[in-house]
Design a protein around this ligand. Structure first.
Ligand code: PHE
Length: 461
């Protein structure tokens, strides 16, 4: 194995921030955050989510980026190098490996859902939502989910485009893609939010999102907020470690990480401000669940002035957001193939997306209801009924929290304090605050949440 591969570096601090924000901002912000906020009562959930981002997400993200930058290799090899530096057991490299595998597994279903978003660009542009009844729109969604050939086609397109971008390399592929996609995505989101504010029920949205009613917050809502904080910041999935591996030495990790976390949070909130006025303005419910963006929103766009244009732009925006996350999920595996097998980037990206394609079929055929994709057992506290549910639960509820916990333990307990200090270059006070948080608060909070999640879930099922 070659551990002296030079993967190159981002050309600027801005390039890193755009790429990492691109990784963070995705379906999690625009599709998932609005509906879990809706299901968990709005304002009070938003507050808990913000606390999780700032008290747990930011410290863990700093830890991941610093591992990457000090190791300068794919996650497993970076952690291994740092374990050697600290004269610790090289089995710690598992921390990086779990991330790489989680990123890979997440992409296997993320690509399928991103495929729905891309197909909706065409559904919307073709005018299929205009004046359509809720039943008709529900049918469009059901057909999309249950027709294998359509699902396979869109999933394949998503993976192929992801592979092409990643195969072109750091500067010509990733960096160029995020430089165009992120500003475009942001402008589109603002345009849609403006349209929603003018044409929907903005006042009700503000009340819903920013006037907390703690009686609506449940314990499981708190757990969901923490899990989502990990997912939305792309933590414990290799992404932030590998993007950190390309970070120039002089760039401040803490300032960049805070900027990325704030950008991710602001975009999630704007997504809520873009979606809910349209939902409320058309008398639809906030508790629609996963169908909020794929069913409720099209129903609303179908009734509204300019719905074809703004509906289409919405799904274009969602597509951009999804692609800049997808490339981050596969990058660790690609970097590892380059290190381990001395593949060119193109060949590594091709190998990674072909393998992903096969794994993604587990999700495709879970949605279509194929017999062979059905499961029926309890896995880590939750009953799973198909491969998609298994992979989703395994990553979101098990690998991400445990990976985050292990990262915190590795950086705050195993690495030499001096090495960590050197990478972060913070004032004494700030460093200590961060160090104590990572050493004590993060592991305890995550463990508490993880154990409860498992307990709660076995309770519920
Ligand atoms: N953060 C992305 C989102 O919110 C998902 C993601 C997870 C991206 C893990 C990269 C790695 O959609």
């Amino acid at each position: 194995m070659s551990t002296n591969v030079d993967h190159g570096q981002w050309s600027s601090r801005l390039a890193f921030i755009l790429a990492a924000t691109g990784s963070a901002v995705g379906l999690g912000n625009v599709w998932k955050f609005p509906y879990i906020m809706g299901e968990n009562g709005g304002g009070a959930f938003v507050i808990v989510y913000l606390v999780c981002i700032f008290a747990i997400g930011i410290p863990v993200m700093m830890a991941e980026v610093l591992i990457g930058r000090r190791g300068r290799l794919s996650p497993g090899n970076s952690v291994r190098a740092l374990a050697l530096e600290a004269k610790a057991n090289t089995k710690w490299s598992l921390v990086g490996w779990v991330g790489l595998i989680a990123g890979f597994l997440i992409l296997s279903f993320y690509a399928v859902i991103a495929g729905w978003a891309i197909s909706y660009i065409f559904e919307s542009a073709a005018g299929n939502f205009v004046g359509a009844s809720p039943e008709k729109i529900q049918n469009i969604f059901n057909e999309l989910q249950t027709d294998p050939s359509t699902l396979i086609m869109w999933t394949s397109i998503v993976l192929a485009v992801t592979g092409l971008i990643v195969g072109k390399g750091l500067k010509n592929g990733l960096e160029r893609a995020v430089t165009y996609a992120m500003p475009t995505m942001f402008v589109l989101l603002l345009v849609i939010a403006g349209y929603a504010a003018l044409n929907g029920d903005f006042a009700k949205t503000i009340e819903f999102m920013f006037y907390p009613d703690f009686s609506k917050l449940t314990f499981s809502g708190v757990l969901i907020a923490l899990g989502h904080a990990f997912f939305t910041l792309s933590l414990a999935s290799g992404a932030m470690m590998i993007y950190g591996a390309y970070l120039p030495q002089k760039t401040s990790i803490s300032q960049s990480v805070v900027a990325i976390a704030i950008a991710d949070t602001v975009i999630a909130l704007i997504a809520g401000l873009a979606i809910y006025p349209i939902v409320f303005g058309n008398g639809l419910e906030a508790t629609a669940g996963p169908g909020l963006v794929f069913v409720s929103l099209p129903i609303a766009f179908g009734q509204m002035w300019g719905g074809i244009v703004f509906g289409t732009l919405f799904f274009v925006m969602l597509g951009f957001a999804a692609f800049t996350s997808a490339i981050a999920m596969v990058e660790s595996a690609v970097a590892w193939l380059v290190e381990r097998l001395a593949f060119s980037r193109g060949k590594a990206a091709f190998t990674a997306v072909i393998s992903l394609w096969f794994v993604s079929m587990l999700t495709v055929f879970s949605f279509t209801g194929a017999e062979w994709a059905k499961l029926d057992f309890v896995f880590v506290g939750k009953h799973v009924s198909n491969y998609f549910e298994l992979i989703d639960h395994l990553t979101a509820d098990v690998l991400l929290p445990l990976g985050g916990l292990a990262t915190a333990v590795f950086v705050a307990w195993i690495m030499q304090k001096e090495a960590v200090k050197q990478e972060l270059n913070l004032s004494e006070g700030l460093f200590n605050l961060w160090y104590v948080t990572l050493r004590w608060f993060t592991p305890v909070a995550v463990l508490f949440v993880f154990l409860n999640l498992i307990g709660l879930m076995s309770f519920g099922s």
